[in-house]
Design a protein around this ligand. Structure first.
Ligand SMILES: [Zn+2]
Length: 305
């Protein structure tokens, strides 16, 4: 069970993390950075109800207009309510915009069948206005806001948002804390490198995409999980074990306590794709993987009882 609540948390004067309780599928975190004249938001949320609650929290702390919206990556729970910020110009990595366009072909409703308990009311893809490749720096008065891309990780187009003077990083889905990382659309080796980069920053506060705010220790825990499943999967891959069998065979140990441990299934599939020499983020057979993941979730749930 989640031990953190939905809340707007002030990290430094004018810098807020909007954290949602549970942090499970499509329940993500966002950010707000208030400048002298206008405000910037980090990520929209999955549905109308969630983003309206977020906007109500924004209005409690500032009346400055939201003129900028950053999308950390192309997943729907970070992009599907961009249109609730009509005054904002949206910014993301080039590959995030490509993912947003691809997701628009599928549409949010497709996910209703897989996640019937979730609402996608008000969810809609909106292509972003501005893209970049490696790094983009924004200024709000004297405040420096660095948008950094370090290669494929959780998806092919994730960025993190670093405020060097405040020592705050909005990692978004580059960091899952007390929630199981999901590598389905990403690249585990690159993700581990990006976590090393995040840990090397002189930062005090790390905002994950899912889960409560943490410090460097949270980054190292996430890295530990990814390195562990990589090493365990590699042995089983070398021994000729099928990916789903490997996912069931790998002991989760302490990581079983994190939300959504069944993500071991897509994560091992992603690793097998990497071990067989496929390119980062190469398409996987999602329609075959998700039923396996569901079986795993039922199995883990019954074990936890
Ligand atoms: Zn994501």
């Amino acid at each position: 069970m989640s031990t953190w609540k939905t809340a707007m948390k002030e990290l430094s004067p004018g810098v807020y993390a909007y954290i949602q309780a549970d942090g499970t599928w499509f329940v993500s975190n966002a950010g707000l950075i208030v400048g002298p004249e206008e405000a910037l938001v980090v990520d929209s949320l999955a549905n109308a109800k969630m983003v309206q609650a977020f906007i109500a929290h924004i209005e409690q702390v500032t009346d400055r207009p939201v003129k900028w919206l950053i999308n950390s990556h192309g997943h729907g729970d970070h992009t599907w309510t961009n249109h609730f910020f009509p005054q904002a110009k949206t910014i993301c990595h080039r590959l995030c915009r490509e993912m947003t366009l691809a997701e628009m072909q599928i549409g949010p409703r497709t996910y209703e069948a897989m996640f019937p308990h979730l609402s996608f009311e008000g969810a809609k893809g909106t292509p972003q206005d501005i893209t970049f490749e490696k790094q983009l720096t924004l200024y709000q008065g004297d405040r420096e806001i660095r948008l950094v891309y370090n290669g494929p990780a959780h998806t092919k187009g994730d960025i993190f948002i670093y405020l060097p003077a405040e020592g705050i990083v909005f990692c978004q889905d580059l960091l899952f804390y007390r929630c199981t990382p999901l590598a389905l659309a990403g690249y585990v080796s690159g993700w581990i490198e990006t976590l090393d980069l995040l840990a090397s920053l002189d930062a005090k506060v790390y905002v994950p995409g899912h889960g409560p705010v943490t410090d460097k220790s949270g980054v190292l825990e996430s890295r530990e999980y990814l390195a562990y499943i990589r090493d365990e999967s590699r042995q089983r891959f070398a021994a000729g074990m099928e990916a789903f069998a490997a996912a069931q065979d790998i002991p989760l140990g302490k990581f079983a306590a994190w939300a959504d441990p069944e993500r071991i299934v897509p994560n091992v599939e992603r690793l097998y794709s990497e071990f067989s020499g496929k390119e980062p983020g190469a398409p996987l057979n999602v329609m075959a993987i998700l039923p396996h993941m569901k079986r795993m979730a039922i199995k883990l749930h019954s074990q936890a009882k």
